[in-house]
Design a protein around this ligand. Structure first.
Ligand code: HEM
Length: 824
C-alpha cells in the first residue's frame, strides 16, 4: 500500500462510516436491482479493473439486465441489454435525462454552459436547439460540402508533402485525418482553418484539451466521495483547470477577433458560420455570454487527438495534495535549512539572512541599489541567499574584468525565471537558453545574419522612415491633446516603444506590426506588454523552487495565456510566409524569418532545423529583448538632457553645426558628432536598461577571486553600481557627457567600468541595432522639436526615480509638449 493512501483513507473513512450508518436503514427499505456485494466504504470501486465496460457487461450472466453497483458512495445502475435500454429510453427518458458530472468538468464552470453536461432544463434546450437548427441542420451540412472537400484536399497535400520530404518512410495518416476533421469543424464553427500540420497553436490547443480529457477520465476520489471534493486530493480538478484555462485562452482569442471584426454595431464579419449564430443569438434570458460561447466552441471542436504532445505527468509529481505536499515541504525545508551543512569552501561575504527566505526580504524594490549600498560593508563581491538560491553579486569593474576575462565560460549559463519556462519558452530562446549547441546556432544566426553591421547598413532607410513616423505620431497626439483643451503634452515613452517595436518587426518580418487599426497587432502588442511585465515581476517560485509545481502566485498560468496568444499570432505570420514561399513568392531581400526558416544544421552542433515552435519563440523574444531596452534608454537620455539644459543646448549646437536645419539627421552623421556619442555613453552609464544584466548561472564549481563558487550559483553583475562607482567616476551622480570627450572608454564589453550591454560570450547580441537607434532617435528628438515642459515645470523638477521590472524604467514617465522646429 502506498504511504499517501493512509492519509486518503483517514480523510475518507471517517465520514464514510458516518454516512453508511445514517443511510443504511433507508437504503434497505427500497427494492434495488441485484448486484455483487461490494467492500465497505469503497463499494465496487476496486472491482471494475482497467476496462469497466467489459467487467460490467460480464455481470449480466449472473445478475441480469440491470445491475446495481456502489462506486464509493455513489449509487450506480448499469443497463446491460437492448430490451432494458429500450425500456429506459422509451418510457423513462425524461427522468433519466440529467447528467452525472465528473468533478474535473466543473472547472471554469464548464459544465454549466456545455451542451453535453448542462443540467436538463431550459438552458440546455436552447443550446440543443441552436446546435440542431444551425450547426448540424441538413441544409447547412449540404451548403458546406466545398469546405469539407477543401479540408480533405489539404489533407492529401500534407500527406504528399510528408511523403516527398521523407521518401521511403511511413506516414502517420491518422494525424492528418485528425487535422482535416478538426479543420472541418473549425470551418463550420468559425469559417477558418484552425491548424496546419506544423501549427504550434493548434498543437497546444489539442494538447490542452487532450489533457483535460485525460484528467476527466481518471478515477477521481472526489467523484466517489463528494464530501472530499473541496480538497481535490489527486489534484485532478486543478490540473484540468490549468489545461482548460489554456484552451480557453486560445478559443477566446478566436472569439475576440471575430467580435472586433464585427464591430460594436455587428456590421462587420458577416460570415455564415456558427460563431456568428452564437454571437447574434438572443434568447429569453438575453445574449450568450462570451464564456458560454467559448465553451460551445471547445465542446464542438474537442475530439480525441492522436497528435503527439509532451508526456502527461503520471507519477507522484502531481498525485499529492496540498496537505501532503506541505508535510513533505516541511521535511525538505528542515533538511535544507535547519540541519547543519558542511561548508565546502570559502564564500564571499554578505549580509546575514533569515532562515528559509535568506536575504530575499532585504532587497527592497530596487535590488541593484540595495546591493550597491552593501558594497561599503562587504566589498565588491557579495554572497546572498535568495530563498534557497545561492547568489553572487559582482559590483566593481575590476571584479567584472576578472569574471568576463578569466571565467566567462563556466559562468555562461543562464538562470531562468520560472515564468519563462512556460511552454518551454526558454529552450527556444537565445537569451534564456542554456549554454550549448542550440544557443550557439541561434547566436550565430543573429550575429551573422540578422543583427550584423552589413544588414544594419542596408536598412538605414527603414529606420529613417520609422523615425519620421514617430515624429508624425508625436505631433498628432499633441494636437489631439490640445484639441480636447489639454496642454498638448505627450507621454514620450509610448511613441519610443512603438517605434522600437515596429523597427524590430520590420527587420525580422518585413512588415509594420503596429497599425492601430488592426485588432490583431493591437492584441499582439498588449500581450507582449503583459509578458514583459510578468517576466519582470518577482516570483516566489524562483526563490523557493520546490514550490514551482504549485505556481503559488499564478504567474506562470498568466504567462501561458499571454504567450499562447502571442505565439498564435506570430504563427500566422510564419504560416503566411511559408505559403508564399511554397507558391514561389520570395522576399526581395531576405529577412530574419527567411533566415530562420532556411536554416539547415551541419549535423555536428545544434539542431538540424529550427522547428516552427522555436521560430515562433525567437521572433517573440526579439520583440521584447529589443523594444523595451532601446526605448527606455532613449527616454532616460532625453530626460537627462531636459534636466540639464546646458547639455541639451550643446547637443543642439552640434546638430545645427553638423547637419543644419534643412535636412533630417541621419545615421551617417553620428560619427561626426562626438558630443552626441558622449551623451549616449553618459546615459547608459547612469541608466543601464538591465541594471544587473541578465542573470548567469555557474555550470561547474569555480574558484573566483579566491572564493569557491559552487555549480548552480546565480551570478548577477551590478552594471548600475559599477557605472556609479566613486572610485572610478568623478562626481558619479551628475550627468556630464563631457567626461567622455577626452576618453576612449566604449561600451562594447572591453571596458569593464561601462558595461550596459554586458560582456563576454553572452554580451547583448542586439548591440549594433541598439547603438544606431539610440543615437538616431535622441538626435531626432533634439533636432526636430522644441520642447516645453508644461506650465510651471522647471528642468530640475524632472526626477530620476526608478521602477524595476524586467528593465529599469523611469518611474514617472516623461510628459512633454513638442513644437515642430524643422520645416521639412
Ligand atoms: C539599449 C538597448 C539594449 C540594452 C541596454 C541591452 C542590454 C543587454 C544586456 C545587459 C544583455 C545581457 C548581457 C549579459 O548577460 O552579459 C543583453 C542580452 C541580449 N540582448 Fe540586449 N540590450 C539592448 C537592445 C537589444 C536589442 C535591440 C536586441 C535585439 C533586437 C537585443 C537582444 C538581446 C538578446 C537576444 C540577448 C541575449 C544574448 C545571449 O544570451 O546570448 N538587445 N542585452
Amino acid at each position: 500500500m502506498e504511504w499517501h493512501f493512509l492519509i486518503y483513507s483517514t480523510i475518507i473513512l471517517l465520514p464514510s462510516l458516518i454516512f453508511i450508518l445514517r443511510h443504511s436503514k433507508s437504503s434497505k427499505s427500497n427494492k434495488l436491482p441485484p448486484g455483487p456485494i461490494g467492500w465497505p466504504v469503497f463499494g465496487h470501486m476496486f472491482n471494475l479493473g482497467s476496462a469497466p465496460h467489459t467487467t460490467i457487461a460480464a455481470l449480466q450472466s449472473k445478475y441480469g439486465a440491470v445491475v446495481w453497483l456502489k462506486l464509493g458512495s455513489v449509487n450506480t445502475m448499469a443497463v446491460l441489454t437492448a430490451k432494458a435500454a429500450a425500456e429506459l429510453f422509451k418510457n423513462h427518458d425524461l427522468s433519466f435525462a440529467d447528467r452525472t458530472i465528473v468533478e474535473t468538468m466543473t472547472t471554469h464552470g464548464y459544465h454549466t454552459a456545455s451542451l453535453a453536461l448542462a443540467p436538463y432544463g431550459p438552458r440546455w434546450r436552447v443550446m440543443r436547439r441552436l446546435c440542431a437548427a444551425e450547426m448540424f441542420a441538413g441544409k447547412r451540412i449540404n451548403d458546406t460540402a466545398t469546405v469539407r472537400r477543401k479540408c480533405v484536399e489539404d489533407m492529401l497535400t500534407w500527406i504528399e508533402r510528408e511523403m516527398d520530404g521523407n521518401p521511403g518512410e511511413g506516414v502517420n495518416v491518422v494525424r492528418y485525418v485528425f487535422l482535416a476533421s478538426f479543420n472541418t469543424l473549425g470551418n463550420l464553427m468559425m469559417s477558418r482553418d484552425l491548424v496546419g500540420p506544423e501549427s504550434e497553436a493548434g498543437f497546444e490547443f489539442f494538447g490542452a484539451m487532450k489533457r483535460v480529457m485525460t484528467w476527466s477520465g481518471r478515477a477521481n476520489v472526489s467523484d466517489l466521495f463528494p464530501w472530499v471534493r473541496g480538497i481535490d486530493l489527486q489534484n485532478l480538478k486543478r490540473r484540468a483547470g490549468r489545461d482548460m484555462g489554456i484552451a480557453f485562452g486560445i478559443a477566446s482569442g478566436f472569439v475576440e477577433e471575430r467580435m472586433m471584426k464585427r464591430g460594436d454595431d455587428g456590421s462587420g464579419g458577416k460570415e455564415k458560420d456558427f460563431l456568428n449564430v452564437l454571437l447574434e443569438f438572443e434568447g429569453e434570458s438575453g445574449k450568450l455570454s462570451q464564456k458560454e460561447i467559448i465553451i460551445f466552441i471547445l465542446l464542438s471542436i474537442d475530439q480525441e487527438s492522436p497528435l503527439e504532445e509532451g508526456p502527461l505527468p503520471t507519477k507522484m509529481e502531481w498525485t499529492l495534495n496540498p496537505l501532503t505536499i506541505s508535510i513533505l515541504a516541511g521535511v525538505i525545508l528542515l533538511v535544507i535549512f535547519v540541519l547543519p551543512k558542511k561548508s565546502s569552501g570559502k564564500r564571499p561575504p554578505g549580509p546575514k539572512g533569515v532562515p528559509i527566505l535568506g536575504n530575499m526580504l532585504q532587497l527592497g524594490d530596487l535590488p541593484h541599489e540595495t546591493m550597491h549600498n552593501w558594497r561599503k560593508t562587504y566589498g565588491p563581491v557579495i554572497w546572498l541567499k535568495l530563498g534557497s538560491i545561492n547568489t553572487m553579486v559582482v559590483q566593481s569593474s575590476a571584479c567584472a574584468a576578472e569574471l568576463f576575462k578569466k571565467h566567462d565560460l563556466p559562468f555562461a549559463d543562464r538562470r531562468v525565471p520560472d515564468v519563462l519556462t512556460a511552454y518551454d519558452f526558454n529552450q527556444g530562446t537565445l537569451g534564456m537558453n542554456q549554454f550549448g549547441g542550440h544557443w550557439r546556432v541561434l547566436r550565430r544566426l543573429c550575429s551573422m545574419e540578422f543583427l550584423v553591421n552589413k544588414r544594419m547598413n542596408e536598412t538605414t532607410e527603414l529606420r529613417q522612415r520609422i523615425e519620421e513616423n514617430m515624429e508624425k505620431w508625436i505631433l498628432e497626439e499633441s494636437a489631439t491633446s490640445k484639441g480636447t483643451g489639454d496642454t498638448g503634452a505627450v507621454q514620450l515613452s509610448r511613441f519610443l516603444f512603438l517605434m522600437a517595436f515596429n523597427l524590430v518587426g520590420n527587420l525580422m518580418l518585413s512588415r509594420d506590426l503596429l497599425d492601430a487599426k488592426d485588432p490583431e497587432s493591437r492584441e499582439f502588442f498588449d500581450c507582449m506588454n503583459k509578458i514583459l511585465e510578468l517576466a519582470g515581476t518577482p516570483n516566489i517560485a524562483d526563490y523557493l523552487p520546490y514550490l514551482k509545481w504549485m505556481d503559488p502566485a499564478g504567474m506562470k498560468r498568466t504567462m501561458k495565456r499571454n504567450l499562447s496568444r502571442t505565439m498564435r499570432i506570430a504563427s500566422k505570420f510564419i504560416q503566411e510566409r511559408l505559403t508564399d514561399r511554397k507558391a514561389g513568392k520570395f522576399q526581395e531581400k531576405k529577412d530574419f524569418l527567411d533566415v530562420l526558416l532556411e536554416y539547415k544544421g551541419d549535423g555536428k552542433d545544434g539542431p538540424d532545423t529550427i522547428t516552427e515552435k522555436n521560430v515562433n519563440i525567437i521572433i517573440t523574444e526579439m520583440f521584447f529583448a529589443g523594444s523595451e531596452t532601446t526605448s527606455i534608454s532613449i527616454e532616460w537620455g532625453f530626460a537627462e538632457l531636459l534636466r540639464t539644459p546646458r547639455t541639451f543646448n550643446k547637443l543642439r549646437e552640434e546638430l545645427d553645426r553638423v547637419v543644419g536645419v534643412n535636412r533630417r539627421v541621419e545615421e551617417k552623421d553620428v560619427e561626426n558628432m562626438p558630443y552626441l556619442q558622449a551623451v549616449v555613453k553618459e546615459t547608459l552609464r547612469l541608466h543601464p536598461a538591465l541594471p544587473l544584466l541578465l542573470p548567469r548561472n555557474t555550470m561547474e564549481d569555480t574558484t573566483y577571486m579566491g572564493y569557491l563558487i559552487p555549480k548552480g550559483t546565480q551570478v548577477l553583475v551590478n552594471a548600475w553600481g559599477i557605472g556609479r562607482d566613486p572610485e572610478v567616476w568623478e562626481d558619479p551622480l551628475s550627468f556630464k557627457p563631457e567626461r567622455f570627450m577626452q576618453s576612449n572608454v566604449e561600451y562594447k564589453g572591453q571596458h569593464f567600468e561601462l558595461i550596459p550591454f554586458g560582456s563576454g560570450r553572452r554580451i547583448c547580441v542586439g548591440f549594433p541595432l541598439a547603438h544606431r537607434v539610440v543615437h538616431l532617435t535622441l538626435a531626432t528628438l533634439v533636432q526636430a522639436f522644441d520642447w516645453d515642459l508644461g506650465p510651471g515645470v522647471k528642468p530640475e523638477d524632472i526626477d530620476r526615480e526608478e521602477r524595476l521590472g524586467l528593465t529599469l524604467r523611469k518611474k514617472n514617465p516623461l510628459y512633454v509638449i513638442p513644437k515642430k522646429r524643422l520645416n521639412l
